[in-house]
Structures are given as structure tokens and as C-alpha cells.
Unconditional design. Structure first.
Lengths: 256, 577
């Protein structure tokens, strides 16, 4: 990748918790309109990576640039261009659904937020819950609200941590369409998920992270090429299981 | 201040207040509110007998505030809490940390958010002052309390961030404590050397002499050294508008300096805040799912279990085992070691000293303290030692699926709650019996001593079981008041709950002991027929009979509580905020 049009650029990202290094020198880029699937076993460092990219956790070292802005040196501008959807959406207990969007509209200085919010609520099929507090929402509704909050300011970089977990099939289809539509509109999207068939369906490229280290990154075809012994057209699940089992990457495996 | 953050604070506060009033539509909470309001009115309100302390004691309050402030300030540097005073919620981490907000805006937002709790504290004191001294005093008390607590909070936050910043820059351990220790040592030295000698305080002129001494202290070098701390309480106790404005202005200036210090520190608080928010979120989640008490996970490494639990035997033993294991994990081995060493030292000192000298007094005092501790454990032991129903409810879903009848389940939990208390009570009573001076000095024969200790070792745990039953009733009938996370339930309804629980506990102990007392008394009377020599043994048997009767009552009550547990809907009852 030559870096042209990269909206998310990560260089040698490291994050340590005391003696434990959760992320070890991760480097990759995500271009405009691209969906990058982030996969790895539990404890591999996916959420830590995403939380560093979202500006929640300060990295121990390394550089993160969002829409060309350094997240450490110019955090306010960089954060203005990104959106974060956590695996377990959290909301302010005492703000209604609509008030959440109004609050974020003001926080991100979204022009025409007053007109945009009802449309967004309708698009996300939560208009009838506008006056409800988050406690009254189901898991699926919360996920929709979380996505609505994330999409309100037309972010150029979107980070989603397990966005489809706990959703029913209809909501999963709906969420996938919403994410794909945002990418189509030019956003760079990173989706972390254990639902590998969905990642396979959604992502243009996949980054496999094991023990905080980048194991492989590339399109499904490129990852398939890493393990030629697998049957032709091997699924992401088969490739991932082979990688997670500890098979060393052959020479010439796709890297960042 | 960012307007969006102001919007967030304003709307959240409004919705929270509306929500609280809406909750009063539920008769149970309306009753709690009524009880709490009545208590407040009777004790602090227009019908109460308490006086505005500022009438006579403003000078003392200033020094009391100074002492409190100094301890808090020293504690923030030398004994800091693990948790940050800037406690962010998970929603704040998820929505504000990735938002285009500067670090300064985030800190300022959180500081402003904390103010609502400080204003609430001020309102409590202001209401008391309103009924006693009128609206002016109420206003000065409200503003003064808020200002004093705000300044203290700013200092706590500043100290926490500065310590964190030093750590971020590689300064840790004693090097980090060096400057605070030197400042404290200098302050203590000035106070020690600059304090005027305390006059003889006789009963007749106690107040006036103490006042004179405090006035002299205020003008001494010690008084000047403590001036920043003395400022804390001055606005609250100002007697007129000019002095209030003067003191509030001075304290406000100090607060402004502290605010500048706080927002200029460069500590990376995000990581700790995110971890803390995740801990809190886990607890709140547990409560939402009906698991009322979600404790922190993964903080302490697991320790060896107390004994190997076999698969055979009654379920009560499993709860006892769990309770002992949790009790042992809740306290550090160092604390256990210190307590054992202190107890052994006390007993050794008491035993070594001669009965004729101070040893007898020391032994009597120690024995009395141990007995008082054993008695107090009746009320607090089951709540603080071991695992009680409140904690067991964390696993309410699991409890409801166990193949154990609900009444028995409650009994199991009560047994688990009382067992560690009973062990400690027995140790304390035994220690007291050993420590009491020799029979000829104490006037208590060896037979009576053994009988009394053995009897108490039965009766006190039985009373603790009754007390635990009242706690369990509170948990099962008012589960929403078992607050998860950092703060217990607050407000007038919480006060009402506390009063109802306290009354319930006392009533249960008083009325519940009627039958056991009669049973125990009957046994003692029967023993008395045999002559005075049989009385000590009779007293012990009476205590055992009384304890047995009390435990039978607990068994009966646990059946009632079991029925309540069977119909409890955790999701419906777990009302927060």
C-alpha cells in the first residue's frame, strides 16, 4: 500500500500495561472507502488497538494519524474525523435517545443537526424511542443508537468493536448494510469481530492479530495464498484457525 | 466550558430529578420517602431540637474544619485512594474520550459534574440552618459548604493527577512522596513549636478558656501555618454578609489557584479512567440483570480455599465454605498477621503484668473492649464479614436454578453470613475470659467465667443470625436500595430505608429474643433447683437453649423470606439512580 488516500495510518503502535505488552509494533493503513476486518482470538489486542485508535487509551509508543492528523499532537482535530462504536454500547443514563443525538450534534458541531436527527432516527428505526431513556432499549436498539451516534457527524474514519454481537438476524443484516453504505460514501472503516463469516462478507481486507502482533494482513485471496495447503477458496475461518494454531507464516506472506 | 457538555449536565440533571419524582408513584418508595422526610423533619427540621452549631461553636468549627482539611490533604498525598477522584462513567469514556474535546475540557466537565454532589451536601446543612437561623444563614451555609468541599475536591484531584504525572515521568516510590513528606514535616514542626501552651481546662470555665486558647492559637505561628486549612470552614460559619463575602472571596481565590493547578497537570488519566469506568460498568450491569452486587473482578489473585469441599453433605456447608473462602480473600494476609500479632501482644502484656498493678486494669479494659467488639458484631458482623445475602444476590440467576428450596436457600446464605462472625465472636469472648484478672480480683469465679464465655459464644452468634435475617429481609423487600457501584443509595428515600431497616433490626432482636429468653430462663431456674453449685452449668445450658430457640426463629423467618425470594423478579426490582 502506498499510503495514498489512507484515512487511518498506524505506525509501530505499542501498548503496554506494566510488564504486559498488549500490542507490539502494529503498523497498517486503511484507505477511504475501505473496510478492514480486524480478527484475532480473545486477548489478542484487538480492543486495545481500537481503543488506542479511538483516543481512549494513550499508546505507549507509535503514531496514529486519522484523516492526516496526528492523534497525539492534534487530538481534537483527529477525533473530529472519527467515530467509535464499542462492543457494549454505553449511554448517559439520564439522556433520552434524541437528547444523545442532540448532545453529540453540538459536540461535533454538526451543521443542520436539528433536521438531520429525526431523519437519522427514522433511518435507524428508533424514531418511536426518541423520548426513551437508554435503560428502556433492547440490545439491538442500543446498537442502533450507538451506530446513529457514530454516523451523525459523517465521520471519515469509523472504528467498530464487535458491532454485530447480540443482534438478531434482521438487525445484523441492517447493521452490515449501514456499515457498507458508510464505506461506500468514502469512510475508512475498521470492524473487529469474532463472527468471521460476517467479516469475510463485509471486509475488503483482513488483519489478523495474534498476541498483540500483526500476523497477516490482506484480501481474503492474499490470506488464502499464505496457506496453499488449504483447499482452494478456503474460508476466513479456516485460514484464521490455521494461523491461530501457530503455523508459522511462510516466506512471502502478505504483510502491512 | 464547551456548550455541548453544559447541555449534557443540564439535561442529565433535569431528567434525573424528574425520574426521582416519577419513582414516587410506587407506593413502596413513597412510603420510604415519607419515613425519611418525617425523620429529617423530626430531627433537623422545625420540630427538631438540634441547634445551629454556628451559634456558639463557630471558632471550634473553624479549627475542626482545619483539622479535617489537613487530614484530607495529607491523605491525598501520603495515603492516596487507588481510585481516581475523577471517576468517569463508561458512557463518558465511550462517547467523550473519542470526541473532539481537549483534555482541559474533559477535566473541567468532570469537575463541574462533581459539583452536584457537593451542592447536595450543602443543601442538607442549609436546610438544618434554615429551620434554626433563617434564610441568611441557610444561604451562607449552602455556599460555604459547597465552596469548602469544592476546594478540598480540587486539591484531591490535583494531588491525584500530580502523583500520576510524576509516575508517568518515572518518579515513583519514596521519591514521589519526598516533597509531600517534607511539607508535612515542616507543617507539623511549625505547629508543634508555635502552638501556645494549653491552659488547665476546668469544668466551670471550659468553654471560655478553650476559646481564649484558640484565639491565641489563631495569632500564633501555628495558626498562620494552618491558615489555608482554616479558610475552609470560615464562609460556612460567617455571621454577617461582609465577613461571608471576605472569607468566600479568599477561599474562592484559593479554589481558582487549585483549578489552574489541576488543569495544567499533564497526567494521562484516560487509561485509569477507562479501567475504572469498566469496573463500574460491570457492577451496574450486574445490577441491571438482577445481580444486585457486582464486585470488582480480577483484582486479587485467588488464594487457597479454606478446606476441601466434598460433594456429599448438606448445602449449608457449601455456603459456609464459600463464605469462609470469600472472607479470607477479602482481607490481606498482612492484615490478618497484624491483627493476630496485636491480639497476642495485648494478651501477653495483660498476662505478664501483675494483678495488683496496672496489669489488672489493662486486662479488664482489654477484656471489656473484646466483649464490646463481640457484641457490636451482632449488628455489623454479618454485613461486613463473610458473604451475605446481599452479595449472594449477585448470582441471583444461579441461585434461582439451584435444586434447593427457597427457604433453605435463605438459611444457607444466612449461615454463610453468620459463620465468620460467630468464629470471631467466639475468639473475642474466649480472649476476654482469659484476660479477665484472677478470680479473687475480678470477683468472678472460674466456673462462672467458663460458663459465661461458653454461653456468650452461643448466644451472640444467634443474635447475629437474627440481625442478618433483618438484613436479608431488607435486601429481599427493598432490593433496589442495594446500590451497585461506588455510592450507596442517596436522598430522603435512602434515609427512610435506613431507618426502616434499623427499626426492623431492633424490633426483631427485642421481640425475637422473648421466646429464647423465656426458654433460657426456664433452664436456669430448673438448674437453680439443684442448688447454687449447679447455676454456672445451668446458665450455660440456658444460653444454649436460648440460642437454639433464636435459631429456630431464624429458620421460621427464613421460610417467609424464601417465599419472597421465590417470587422476586430481579429485572423488575432493580431500579437504579
Amino acid at each position: 500500500m502506498d499510503g495514498t488516500g489512507a484515512l487511518i495510518e498506524v505506525r509501530d503502535l505499542r501498548k503496554a500495561y506494566g510488564e504486559t505488552e498488549a500490542v507490539r509494533g502494529l503498523s497498517f493503513e486503511v484507505r477511504a472507502g475501505e473496510v478492514l476486518g480486524l480478527v484475532g482470538p480473545n486477548g489478542a489486542g484487538k480492543t486495545t488497538t481500537l481503543r488506542c485508535l479511538a483516543g481512549i487509551l494513550p499508546p505507549t509508543s507509535g503514531t496514529i494519524r486519522v484523516a492526516g492528523r496526528d492523534l497525539r499532537l492534534d487530538p481534537v482535530s483527529a477525533k473530529g474525523a472519527l467515530a467509535w462504536v464499542p462492543d457494549d454500547p454505553r449511554f448517559f443514563e439520564n439522556l433520552t435517545v434524541e437528547e444523545h443525538l442532540q448532545f453529540l450534534g453540538r459536540l461535533y458541531r454538526v451543521p443542520g443537526a436539528a433536521e438531520r436527527i429525526p431523519r437519522l432516527l427514522a433511518d435507524f428505526e428508533i424514531a418511536d424511542k426518541a423520548a426513551e431513556l437508554p435503560a428502556a432499549l433492547s440490545r439491538g436498539m442500543k446498537q442502533k443508537l450507538s451506530l446513529a451516534c457514530a454516523f451523525l457527524h459523517d465521520p471519515r474514519a469509523i472504528l467498530l468493536d464487535e458491532p454485530l454481537t447480540g443482534l438478531d438476524p434482521i438487525a445484523i443484516r441492517w447493521a452490515k448494510d449501514a456499515i457498507a453504505a458508510r464505506a461506500k460514501e468514502g469512510a475508512a472503516v475498521i470492524v473487529s469481530s469474532h463472527l468471521l463469516h460476517l467479516v469475510e462478507e463485509l471486509a475488503d481486507r483482513v488483519l489478523v492479530i495474534l498476541k498483540g502482533t500483526l500476523r497477516a494482513v490482506g484480501t481474503l485471496e492474499e490470506l488464502q495464498a499464505v496457506h496453499p495447503d488449504l483447499a482452494a477458496g478456503a474460508s476466513l475461518e479456516e485460514i484464521f484457525l490455521r494461523m491461530a494454531a501457530g503455523d508459522p507464516p511462510p516466506a512471502g506472506a502478505p504483510g502491512p | 466550558m464547551n456548550p455541548a457538555l453544559l447541555y449534557l449536565l443540564r439535561r442529565s440533571l433535569r431528567n434525573a430529578v424528574v425520574g426521582r419524582f416519577r419513582r414516587l408513584r410506587n407506593p413502596r418508595y413513597l412510603l420510604l420517602f415519607a419515613v425519611g422526610a418525617a425523620y429529617f423533619g423530626l430531627v433537623f427540621g422545625p420540630w427538631g431540637r438540634t441547634r445551629d452549631p454556628s451559634d456558639d461553636w463557630s471558632e471550634f468549627a473553624e479549627w475542626g474544619g482545619a483539622l479535617f482539611g489537613m487530614l484530607m490533604a495529607a491523605g491525598a498525598w501520603l495515603l492516596p485512594a487507588r481510585k481516581s477522584p475523577l471517576a468517569f462513567l463508561e458512557a463518558e469514556v465511550a462517547l467523550l474520550f473519542p470526541a473532539p474535546l481537549s483534555r482541559r475540557e474533559l477535566v473541567s466537565y468532570k469537575l463541574l459534574d462533581i459539583q452536584k454532589y457537593l451542592v447536595l451536601s450543602g443543601l442538607f446543612f442549609a436546610l438544618m440552618a434554615l429551620f434554626r437561623s433563617g434564610p441568611f444563614r441557610a444561604a451562607t451555609v449552602l455556599c460555604g459548604t459547597w465552596l469548602g468541599f469544592s476546594v478540598l475536591t480540587l486539591h484531591q484531584v490535583g494531588a491525584h493527577l500530580t502523583r500520576k504525572s510524576l509516575l508517568d515521568h518515572g518518579v515513583s516510590g519514596w521519591r514521589r512522596m519526598g516533597i509531600p513528606l517534607m511539607v508535612l514535616a515542616a507543617l507539623v514542626s511549625v505547629v508543634a513549636m508555635g502552638t501556645p501552651p494549653l491552659p488547665a481546662l476546668e469544668k466551670e470555665e471550659f468553654g471560655s478558656r478553650l476559646r481564649d486558647w484558640l484565639a491565641a492559637l489563631g495569632e500564633s505561628p501555628a495558626g498562620w501555618a494552618l491558615l489555608p486549612f482554616r479558610l475552609l470552614a470560615r464562609p460556612m460559619f460567617a455571621q454577617d454578609l461582609p465577613s461571608f463575602l471576605l472569607h468566600a472571596g479568599t477561599l474562592g481565590g484559593l479554589g481558582a489557584l487549585l483549578y489552574l493547578w489541576v488543569i495544567r497537570t499533564d497526567a494521562a488519566f484516560e487509561e485509569a479512567a477507562a479501567d475504572q469506568a469498566a469496573d463500574l460498568a460491570r457492577r451496574i450491569d450486574a445490577a441491571r440483570r438482577g445481580k444486585f452486587w457486582g464486585r470488582e473482578k480480577g483484582r486479587k489473585p485467588p488464594r487457597r480455599n479454606p478446606w476441601r469441599l466434598g460433594s456429599a453433605g448438606p448445602p449449608e456447608t457449601a455456603f459456609l465454605w464459600k463464605s469462609v473462602a470469600e472472607s479470607l480473600r477479602a482481607v490481606s494476609p498482612r492484615l490478618i498477621g497484624i491483627l493476630i500479632a496485636a491480639g497476642a501482644l495485648g494478651i501477653a502484656l495483660g498476662m505478664k503484668a501483675t494483678p495488683a498493678g496496672t496489669g489488672a486494669i489493662l486486662r479488664t479494659v482489654l477484656a471489656a473492649v473484646m466483649l464490646a467488639g463481640a457484641g457490636l458484631l451482632v449488628f455489623g458482623g454479618p454485613s461486613f464479614l463473610g458473604s451475605n445475602l446481599r452479595q449472594d444476590m449477585e448470582q441471583v440467576e444461579l441461585l434461582k436454578t439451584l435444586p434447593v428450596a427457597p427457604g433453605r436457600l435463605v438459611r444457607c446464605s444466612l449461615a454463610g453470613a453468620v459463620f465468620p462472625t460467630a468464629v470471631l465472636q467466639a475468639l473475642l469472648v474466649g480472649g476476654a475470659a482469659i484476660l479477665l484478672p484472677a478470680p479473687e480480683k475480678a470477683g468472678i469465679t472460674l466456673a462462672w467465667r467458663i460458663a459465661g464465655a461458653a454461653g456468650l459464644a452461643f448466644v451472640l452468634p444467634a443474635l447475629a443470625a437474627l440481625s442478618a435475617t433483618a438484613d436479608a429481609a431488607g435486601v429481599l423487600f427493598f432490593p433496589a436500595w442495594v446500590r451497585p457501584g461506588q455510592a450507596p443509595a442517596q436522598g430522603v428515600e435512602a434515609m427512610g430505608y435506613g431507618i426502616i431497616l434499623m427499626i426492623g433490626k431492633f424490633a426483631l432482636l427485642v421481640f425475637g429474643m422473648a421466646v429464647p429468653a423465656a426458654a433460657g430462663g426456664a433452664v436456669v431456674l430448673l438448674a437453680g433447683i439443684g442448688g447454687p453449685a449447679f447455676l454456672p452449668a445451668g446458665a450455660w445450658m440456658g444460653a444454649v437453649a436460648a440460642a437454639g430457640a433464636a435459631l429456630a426463629e431464624v429458620a421460621l423467618l427464613s421460610e417467609v423470606l424464601g417465599r419472597r425470594f421465590a417470587v422476586l423478579d430481579p429485572a423488575e426490582e432493580s431500579i437504579l439512580s
